[in-house]
Design a protein around this ligand. Structure first.
Ligand SMILES: Cc1ncc(COP(=O)(O)O)c(C=O)c1O
Length: 408
């Protein structure tokens, strides 16, 4: 006990020096660093004045809401569907998700609408639900995917459940990739859940491996093709974290008939997305091999950042029973669980000491982490030195908050 008290006082002194130092560090942003964005600067000027497609389409002009065939083909390889099932949108897949939910709302009218949300998950999925007044029901996310037993039970008992948010590869924030069995079970779920049920398969980290041999995610569309459920599948992805986060292209895949219905919905609000940027991306990335080679360059930049964070967690917190965390094989985040009840305190202590973290609860619907323990760390954006300083502050905050709770 006296040892623990001595350690507590040592950590409190360290914490006070950080508070006095007036640091301003940030671990909230799941954004690529400038060095990563630089990898794609050749997008600028790559067209060299050639704007015509093989069929004669001028990409500078209006039209073609589903995207240029070359980009739909690229999207098909990226997402694991056929090019006829894929459309290419603007710079945000999140925007396509929002639009797709909006498109479905009239079909869901007359009933309260509910979605299943595997947790922890991506806060902006939850924001879409809140915006449309869709009630969110959490289901646990295990290492191999959501608890499918619960998913099946819930959808069979409650016809108001119309969707589920999935980040099937290197999920945000836990880094899990769904297993083949889970993907196959997802293809079957619409049979229980009904025709208007949609599986939102947000493959935001489809090609974002941190290891050379990344995880394999079987195509949900292929499995759904066998199960006869492609109408209920909505697959999404984008090049936001491949090329430019603010100026990439996005993909959506569903059955050809559902794609035609979505095209009709979109045509009430626009004539077409940015085809010039689509062509730039096709010229720059070429195909899935091109994407793979490009992503290896991203890996070289961000892998040391993940290693630094993991090494510091290991060095200072391993074996203390104060936190557990994942070692992701891809994606953009490290998810850390504190002792129950401490996430809010640790995040506010880190803020006082100059390190901004994603707000507690952000990874849960309505911002409410029932155990108040999950913290999402985003290592990609800061420079290595900055990241190290931020972790120098964060790690003692975890230890001090745990000791405070234990001893006081
Ligand atoms: C799971 C997930 N989906 C979607 C996005 C945003 O994608 P986009 O830039 O294509 O809108 C993110 C960004 O952090 C994400 O983590």
């Amino acid at each position: 006990m006296t040892d623990l008290r001595a350690r507590q006082s040592e950590l409190q002194d360290l914490f006070d020096t950080y508070v006095d130092a007036g640091l301003r560090l940030d671990l909230t942003r799941g954004k690529p660093a400038a060095e990563q964005l630089d990898l794609s600067n050749d997008l600028d000027g790559i067209l060299e004045g050639f704007y015509l497609l093989q069929g004669g389409t001028d990409v500078r002009n209006y039209g073609g809401i589903l995207g240029i065939p070359e980009a739909r083909q690229l999207g098909a390889e990226f997402i694991g569907a056929t090019s006829e099932q894929v459309m290419v949108g603007g710079n945000s897949s999140l925007n396509l998700m929002y639009q797709y939910v909006e498109h479905m709302m009239p079909h869901w009218r007359g009933e309260p609408v509910k979605f299943l949300c595997p947790v922890p998950g991506y806060d902006r999925h939850f924001t879409i639900c809140e915006h449309f007044d869709i009630e969110m029901i959490t289901v646990p996310l295990n290492d191999d995917g959501p608890d499918m037993q619960q998913v099946k039970e819930l959808v069979s008992q409650d016809a108001a459940i119309k969707g589920i948010w999935c980040v099937p590869k290197y999920s945000n924030p836990t880094g899990n990739t769904y297993s083949k069995e889970i993907v196959e079970q997802f293809a079957e779920i619409p049979k229980v859940a009904g025709d208007n049920f949609r599986v939102f398969w947000d493959n935001a980290y489809a090609v974002h491996d941190l290891v050379e041999q990344g995880d394999e995610l079987p195509s949900l569309m292929t499995a759904a093709g066998k199960a006869g459920t492609t109408d209920s599948v909505v697959m999404l992805g984008s090049t936001s974290k491949v090329t430019f986060a603010g100026a990439g292209i996005s993909f959506l895949a569903t059955s050809t008939s559902q794609l035609a219905a979505f095209e009709k919905f979109l045509s009430n609000q626009m004539i077409g997305f940015d085809k010039v940027n689509q062509l730039r991306h096709v010229r720059f990335l070429k195909d899935s091999d091109g994407i793979k080679a490009h992503m290896a360059k991203h890996r070289d930049i961000i892998k040391p950042k993940f290693e630094l964070v993991l090494n510091m967690l290991e060095k200072h917190l391993a074996g203390k029973n104060m936190a557990s965390w994942n070692s992701p094989r891809g994606g953009y985040f490290i998810s850390l669980d504190t002792r129950p009840g401490l996430a809010t305190t640790i995040i506010s202590m880190a803020a006082d000491a100059g390190v901004k973290l994603t707000p507690a609860g952000a990874t849960f619907p309505y911002g409410k982490d029932p155990e108040n323990k999950n913290i999402r760390l985003a290592p990609t954006f800061p420079e290595l030195a900055e990241l190290e300083s931020a972790m120098d502050v964060f790690v003692p905050c975890v230890e001090l908050a745990s000791l405070n709770a234990e001893l006081d």
